[in-house]
Every structure is written in structure tokens, then in C-alpha cells.
Write a protein that binds this ligand. Structure first.
Ligand code: ATP
Ligand code: LTN
Length: 329
């Protein structure tokens, strides 16, 4: 068996992938493939927790997988899967839902945010973290690279695994969240108090990985800024500009102080124009590879291969969990 630590993470095909996904999660996924045994997953079943059009969903699942490869994931080194292709995820989720509690699900911030003000909320949205725990625990995961918004879900996964292990005996590795120091929470372009989110109704609130240079420019030039005109990193008093500085630094490399220095004495307009160019340059190679990958038909082969490999790992863990619980296998 490989001595490398196992990494698992997932992304929902719930819309066009954003710069937030890229900087908060995908860049780490790509870096970790150098040193870890990685399993990455397009979590299509999680995306069903909110309604979506079936034809749109199908396209988004494929595009998401293609964008992950275009962003630098190497299908020969990582296992890339579509969640619904590996039925063990759902089966383990049921077993874990009998260990997790109603109270702990109700405390999840994401559930509170996504259900707020809704007349009807799916049961799947409520039990979302249990399926996420199953995703992670099936692969005996050590490290889960995610943006800051998902920390609570990784912590609850750990609690559920620990409770299961104490009740039935050791089955699951306890995972740790792995959150980038910078870029863990890229904020919305129209409201710096909210995270940039692909399911936001306002498309000007995010940059997608497939936006044209003209769209990127338009969105960044119209991003909200703070009072004053100084390009300075101060998340408390200048949340909007600080977010743009974080994006600049994560895309171009270089420290925030250096970037502040470059724009000393200049206003927001110059800074935003350059930021649009920096983001465009960052996304250009991803977009080019995306076109090639879609044209090659490679995605279907990669995810089929991935599912075959993933099942080998998943069925061992699921078998051990069933046996410990006392199911007849
Ligand atoms: P939705 O808006 O549909 O809830 P999302 O983009 O917030 O979707 P996912 O697609 O499930 O959520 O997220 C995939 C990964 O991207 C997760 O690790 C998440 O933490 C990270 N991520 C999402 N948005 C941001 C953001 N604004 N800043 C940093 N990381 C993010
Ligand atoms: N809930 C995650 C997506 C997700 C995930 C996972 C992330 C589903 N399963 C397992 C890490 C590990 C989100 O980003 N919204």
C-alpha cells in the first residue's frame, strides 16, 4: 500500500465554477497531487439538494469534471470520480445517518443559510453533511482541502467518525480540514460580507472560470469598493478592496504589501483595470485546456476509470462498517 497520506475533496456541479472555487479549493487540489494520494469528486448528489433542470445538470457535471482537469488535475495521478457512479457513498451515508444526530445537523451554518426564508426545504439539504461525511470516510481520508466555509462540515465528519469508532470499533480514519492561508474565503463582488458563490442569483457577484475577458473586465470594474480611494488591505474597514487585493495576490503571486506598494497614490480604477487583466491571464490557460478536453471526449473515460479505482477502496471500508455494526454480509 502507498505510504502517502490520502486526500479527498468534492465540488458541486451547482453552477459555473467560480474564482472562489478555484482560489479556495482547486489550486490546493492541484498542489496536493504532487505529494498525496488524491481522490476528487464531482458531488452530483449533493447538487440535488436544491432544484435544478435535468439537462442543465448533466452538462454541468461534465463541465465540472472537465474544468478540474483543465485546472491542472492529472487523471493519471489522481482518482477523479462522479459521486453517483460509486453507490457506496449513499449506502455509507445511511449507516452514518444512524450515528449522526438531528441536533447536530440543525446547527450547521450552511443549512441555516441555505434554508433561511424558504417555505420548503428538502430533507437532503438537512442531511447534506452526512453524505459529505460518507464521501470523506469511505476513502480513509487524512486531509480534506476545502475553503473556510466547509470547515464545520469536516469537523462534524470527524465527530461522526469518532462516535462510530467508539461505538462499534475502529473503522474510520479521522480527517483534518486543510484550509489555505490566503484565499480561503473569496467574497462576492457585489457584497464583500458574503462569500463568492456559484449559486448566487446575481451573475455579477462572481467571475466564472469560463467568463470571457470582456465579462471579467465588466464584472471587476463594476465590483463594489469602499469609501476613500486608497488601495489598502484592511478587511475590517475596507472589506471590498481587501477582497480584490486577495484575488490579485492569489492570481498573480506576490505579497499583498507589494501590490499595495504598486498602487500607492493611484486610485481604485487603475487597480481594477489591472486586476481584470491579471484574472484574465490566470484563466486563459484553463479555458484553452477546457476546450481541448471537451473536444477530446476524455472526460467520460477518466471518470469511468476513476469510479473503478474508487470502488475498490470504498467497498472495503463499507464492508468493514457493515460488519462492525452487525449486518449480515
Ligand atoms: P454553492 O454556491 O452552490 O453552494 P459553492 O461554490 O459555494 O457552491 P462547492 O462547489 O461545493 O460550493 O465548493 C467547492 C469548494 O470550493 C469547497 O471547498 C468550498 O469551500 C470552496 N469554495 C466555494 N466558494 C468559495 C469562496 N468564495 N472562497 C473560497 N473557497 C470557496
Ligand atoms: N459540501 C462541499 C462539497 C463536498 C465536499 C465533500 C467537500 C461534498 N462532499 C467531501 C469535501 C469533501 C462544499 O463545498 N459545498
Amino acid at each position: 500500500m502507498s505510504q502517502k497520506k490520502r486526500v479527498f475533496s468534492g465540488i458541486q456541479p451547482s453552477g459555473a465554477l467560480t474564482l472562489g472555487n478555484y482560489l479556495g479549493a482547486m489550486k490546493q487540489w492541484v498542489a496536493l497531487q504532487e505529494t498525496h494520494d488524491c481522490v476528487y469528486c464531482v458531488v452530483d448528489l449533493h447538487a440535488l439538494t436544491v432544484p435544478s433542470d435535468p439537462d442543465d445538470l448533466k452538462k454541468r457535471i461534465f463541465d465540472t469534471a472537465a474544468l478540474l482537469i483543465a485546472s491542472g488535475l492529472d487523471p493519471d495521478r489522481v482518482i477523479l470520480i462522479i459521486q453517483s457512479h460509486v453507490h457506496e457513498h449513499c449506502e455509507l451515508a445511511w449507516l452514518l445517518s444512524c450515528t449522526a444526530t438531528y441536533g447536530e445537523m440543525g446547527r450547521m451554518t450552511q443549512f441555516k443559510e441555505k434554508s433561511e426564508g424558504k417555505e420548503s426545504v428538502s430533507l437532503g439539504l438537512f442531511t447534506y453533511p452526512v453524505l459529505m461525511a460518507a464521501d470523506i470516510l469511505l476513502y480513509q481520508t487524512d486531509l480534506v482541502p476545502v475553503g473556510a466555509d466547509q470547515k464545520q462540515h469536516v469537523e462534524i465528519t470527524r465527530d461522526i467518525a469518532d462516535r462510530f469508532n467508539r461505538r462499534y470499533g475502529p473503522v474510520f480514519t479521522l480527517p483534518e480540514p486543510f484550509i489555505p492561508e490566503a484565499g480561503a474565503r473569496i467574497m462576492s463582488l457585489d457584497d464583500p460580507t458574503k462569500k463568492m458563490s456559484k449559486s448566487n442569483q446575481n451573475p455579477n457577484s462572481y467571475v466564472t472560470l469560463l467568463d470571457t475577458p470582456a465579462a471579467i473586465r465588466k464584472k471587476i470594474l463594476s465590483a463594489v469598493t469602499d469609501s476613500g480611494r486608497e488601495v489598502r488591505y484592511d478587511p475590517e474597514n475596507k472589506a471590498a478592496v481587501s477582497n480584490l487585493l486577495t484575488i490579485y495576490s492569489r492570481c498573480a503571486g506576490g505579497s499583498i504589501e507589494d501590490i499595495e506598494g504598486m498602487y500607492a497614490g493611484k486610485g481604485y480604477a487603475d487597480f481594477k483595470k489591472d486586476l481584470a487583466a491579471v484574472v484574465t491571464d490566470t484563466l486563459r490557460p484553463v479555458q484553452q485546456r477546457f476546450e481541448d478536453i471537451c473536444a477530446s471526449g476524455e472526460v467520460a473515460r477518466v471518470v469511468k476509470d476513476g469510479a473503478d479505482k474508487a470502488r475498490e477502496i470504498a467497498r472495503v471500508t463499507l464492508g468493514a462498517a457493515k460488519e462492525r455494526i452487525g449486518l449480515v454480509i
